[in-house]
Ligand binder design. Sequence first.
Ligand SMILES: [Zn+2]
Length: 563
Amino acid sequence: MVDVTVDKLLAASPAFWAHKSKIQLPDGLFSFTGREYLKESMNEDVPLSADMKGTQGGASSVQMLKCLHAMITGRYPKGVLYLFPNADEMGDFSKCRFNPIINDNPDTIGRFVHDTDTVGLKRVNSSYLFMRGARLSQRLSLTEKASPKLSGIPVDKVVYDEWDFMDPGVREKAYGRMGDSEFKHEAFLGNPSIPDFGIDLIWQQTDQRYWQIRCSKCNAYTCLELDFPDCIQFDSEGKGVRVCIKCGAEIDRTKGEWVAKYPQRSKEAVGRRWSQLNSATVDPGTIVRAWEHPPDGNIADVYRFRLGQPYIESENRLTVQQVYACCSSEGMYPSDRGPCCMGVDVGGTLHVVVGKRTKTGTPHIVHVAEYKEFTDLPEVMRRYNVQAVAIDLYPETRAVRQFQASAGTYESISGVSVTCYIFGVEYLDKQVRGVVEDQQARVLKTSRTESMDGVHAIIADGKAVLPARSGKMEEYAKQMSNTAKVLQEDERGNRLYRYIRCGDGQDHYYHATNYCLMVLNHLPLHAEEPPSQYPEAPDKRFLGLEKRPQRSGGALSGLRRGA
Ligand SMILES: [Zn+2]
């Protein structure tokens, strides 16, 4: 009778199984003692979990044991896909962590694992554990993407270990491997890198749990992550002591519980943020000292690896406030005497930024808008007296080439024939000095990172004039903050800075602004005139509003993007 109950518990509770079986890990006996915070995730059964953490908390071991338990008990009949940042890390894990677990636990785990010869494939009971590498930095250029081989792998669960180092596109592919599964479970874990990216982006969609510790003296709750650094005091020997945020008494970090900020999401998506402040082996005083005096001045690593918190230096990402700080009181007029230049980012739609130079040479953006077709652009050029255009050469090179061929001369509002330079822009992943102009090929080549740095500097230093705040400018500001500069390593081990997308990933106006600025020097310096001097005095109802242009028709009417 007792045995039946134990067997049932062993099958139903991975935590009980791991505890009862005394599982030996490469770094010692697996135990919840001192790591009580791991118990919850061990027994959890939700479609999505995200563990955003400092290093060395044990979350990876929990995921691996959980997956093994589910395969041994037959709960996941198809199996599990366990993803690592790259093939080397996958190989190391297989050799240094997975194989020892099999060898050191012959009765509880080893006897169920039928080793296949492949490093990345193990049969566990009657299902399969696939281990694969999926690294972002396997991309050698911006157009070439790493593509882990995932075809023909049906699974019930996917684990993303160190999600911030993977190409976000791998998720869709991996999820597709669970099409026939009744579970479709996803587990994300990793150290955070920058805000609104990677594990932080996933975590934001979860119920956002924090480890809340109850004070035995006053019953108030303290969260070491949220109450840092006030929750750490020093004893007479300089050792850190965790204290109650309300009464100052020492608290016992093992007496905590995970509390969700958004409990209504808990059935679908569970997220935990864990820091080394809750570690059994780290003196929290060392974290306070590292935070106050970061080793090698590297505060980012203290936040990311010790506090489990995403971090970005302000010089690497614009804020919407910085963008607003450049907004003037002038709304967006439906036309401008210019001369103006125009940047166009080509995606699902065309994001357009039109600007001119003030008499001091400062960029003055006069028009920001989204258009559907290339055929919409000539009318914009006419209204703003556009004399130079820079357009993203990719991915629709043919459409750009056609546009270059057909839109280079037009009649301005005042009836003058205007010759307009139209360039395709090619971003390079290497360093280039400034913008290299190939007049003959009508292509501008520039370093992607350096030129994007230029946009950052102009906005951050308040050296651009933008239209007044409006709904359109709010979208513009959001997109300007949706890219961030991070240090990456390519597969040859070269470290280089790259801008990556963050937030909702829409950063089109950032690039359109960059392109616009690239051709700004094609314009003469412009003496600023009061708005009443504009060729078409705008009706005041247009101030700050966007007027959609009429389709131009004529010679361009047959030209459609992607044609
Ligand atoms: Zn207290």
